[in-house]
Design a protein around this ligand. Structure first.
Ligand SMILES: *Cc1c(COP(=O)(O)O)cnc(C)c1O
Length: 389
C-alpha cells in the first residue's frame, strides 16, 4: 500500500494531485459547486458542449421518448441481443453525414480508439502518430503492439522523413491524426497528410472528436471541409462533445466496418449504448444537419472572444477553432492565473505538462453557444486585468 500513498503524497506536494469537484449544471453554461458550504458559481469555459445541445429541447425530448419506449438499458452487447433498430438508424445517418459507405457505434471515443487501432495493426506493422494526439489514441497504439513513431505536432516534413526512413521495413502502416487538436485547438494539414498516405501506401485514421458538429458542411467535420473523404480510411468522432449526448462513431467502408464488427474488442465485448443515448444522439445529428445557424452562432461567438483579446493587446495567435489556448509557459503561473479567474467566477482549465510539452502550460477556453456577448466581453476583460497583475 505504501507505493500508493507515496504516489499521492508526491502529487500533493508537487501541486499536481487531481481531485473531483461535484458540480450542479445550472443550464446556459453556468455551473455551481454542489456540496460546498458557500457554493461558488461559474461561467463554464471547460465544457465541450459547443453547440449547447445537451439541453436542447429536441435532444432532451428524443432521449426521454426512447427511454420511456425501450427502457433504461440495451441489455447486452450488439452481437448478442443489444443491437436495436435505433443503433442501425444512427449508423446509417452518421455514414450519410460523413459521406462514407458505413459507420459503426462505440460506447465512447476512448473505446473507439483503443478498439480500432489494435484491430487494424499489430506486430510487424507500424504507426505514425502526431505527438499531441489524445491519450486514447496512444493507448490504442500501445495495445496494438505495433512499432509507433511520434512525429512533431502538425509537421508534415517530419512525418515524411519518418515515412521515408521506416515505412519500408513494415507490412501495414497507419497514420493517426486529429483534425482539430484537443489541447491547442489547431487544425491538422489534412491534405498534406492525405498525400503522404497515398504516396507511402498507408491507412489514414482521423479523430474528429472536436470537429464533428462544429466544422464542415452540415457539421460533417474537417475531413469533408478539406475534401479528403476518399483518402481517409477511418474517420472517428464522438457524440459527447458538440452533439451533447454520449458515445462515438467510426465512419469507413462497408468492408472495414464488417471487419471491425468482427475484430474490435471494445466493440464486441461491451454493452450497446442505451436507447435514451441513441435517441438523443440521433436528434442532435439531425439538428446539426438541418440548423446551420447553430454553427454560425458559435463561430460568431468564437470570433467575438478572440477579437476582445486581440483588441486588449494579446498578440499571440489564438488559433482557428472553438478551443482557444492562451499560452502562459510556466506551470505555476498558469495554475495561479486559473485560480484567480475562478475567484472571478470564470471556470477555465489550466493545461500543464505532461499533457503538453515542458514550458508550454496554457489556459484553455472552450467557447460554446451558451456564452452570451456580455459573458465573453467580461471574461476577456477580467482575463486581461488578471494577467497584468
Ligand atoms: C474526448 C476525446 C476522445 C474520447 O472521447 P469520449 O467519448 O469522451 O471517450 C477521443 N479523442 C479525442 C481527440 C477527444 O478529444
Amino acid at each position: 500500500m505504501d507505493r500508493y500513498s507515496e504516489f499521492l503524497k508526491k502529487r500533493e506536494q508537487a501541486g499536481n494531485l487531481r481531485r473531483l469537484t461535484p458540480l450542479t449544471h445550472l443550464g446556459r453554461g453556468r455551473v455551481k459547486e454542489a456540496d460546498a458550504a458557500s457554493p461558488s458559481h461559474y461561467i463554464d469555459f471547460s465544457s465541450n458542449d459547443y453547440l449547447a445541445l445537451t439541453e436542447h429541447p429536441k435532444v432532451v425530448a428524443a432521449g426521454r421518448e426512447a427511454l420511456l419506449k425501450e427502457g433504461a438499458g440495451s441489455g447486452a452487447a450488439r452481437l448478442m441481443s443489444g443491437s436495436l433498430a435505433g443503433h442501425q438508424l444512427l449508423e446509417k445517418e452518421t455514414a450519410l453525414l460523413k459521406g462514407t459507405e458505413a459507420a459503426l457505434l462505440f460506447g465512447s471515443g476512448y473505446l473507439a480508439n483503443i478498439g480500432v487501432i489494435p484491430a487494424l495493426v499489430g506486430r510487424g506493422d507500424v504507426i505514425f502518430c502526431d505527438r499531441l494526439n489524445h491519450a486514447s489514441i496512444y493507448d490504442g497504439c500501445r495495445l496494438a503492439g505495433a512499432k509507433t513513431y511520434r512525429f512533431q505536432h502538425n509537421d508534415s516534413n517530419h512525418l515524411e522523413a519518418l515515412l521515408k526512413k521506416h515505412r519500408g521495413a513494415y507490412r501495414q502502416a497507419l497514420i493517426v491524426v486529429e483534425s482539430i487538436y484537443s489541447m491547442d485547438g489547431d487544425r491538422c494539414p489534412l491534405k498534406e497528410t492525405a498525400a503522404l498516405r497515398n504516396r507511402f501506401d498507408c491507412l489514414l485514421m482521423v479523430d474528429e472528436a472536436h470537429a464533428t458538429g462544429v466544422f464542415g458542411p452540415q457539421g460533417a467535420g474537417v475531413i469533408a471541409e478539406d475534401g479528403v473523404i476518399g483518402e481517409v480510411d477511418i474517420a472517428m468522432g464522438t457524440f459527447g462533445k458538440a452533439l451533447g449526448s454520449y458515445g462515438a462513431y467510426i465512419a469507413a467502408s462497408q468492408q472495414l466496418v464488417q471487419y471491425l464488427i468482427n475484430q474490435a474488442r471494445s466493440f464486441i465485448y461491451s454493452t450497446a449504448l442505451p436507447p435514451s443515448v441513441i435517441g438523443a444522439s440521433l436528434a442532435a445529428l439531425r439538428l446539426i444537419k438541418s440548423e446551420p445557424e447553430l454553427r454560425s452562432e458559435l463561430h460568431a461567438k468564437i470570433e467575438m472572444f478572440k477579437q476582445y483579446l486581440y483588441l486588449g493587446g494579446i498578440s499571440q495567435d489564438l488559433g482557428p477553432s472553438q478551443i482557444v489556448p492562451l499560452m502562459i509557459g510556466d506551470s505555476e503561473k498558469a495554475l495561479a492565473l486559473a485560480a484567480k479567474l475562478k475567484e472571478k467566477h470564470i471556470f477555465a482549465t489550466p493545461v500543464r505538462p505532461p499533457t503538453v510539452p515542458e514550458n508550454t502550460a496554457r489556459i484553455r477556453f472552450s467557447i460554446t453557444r451558451h456564452h452570451q456577448q456580455d459573458d465573453l466581453k467580461n471574461t476577456a476583460e477580467t482575463l486581461l486585468m488578471v494577467m497584468e497583475r
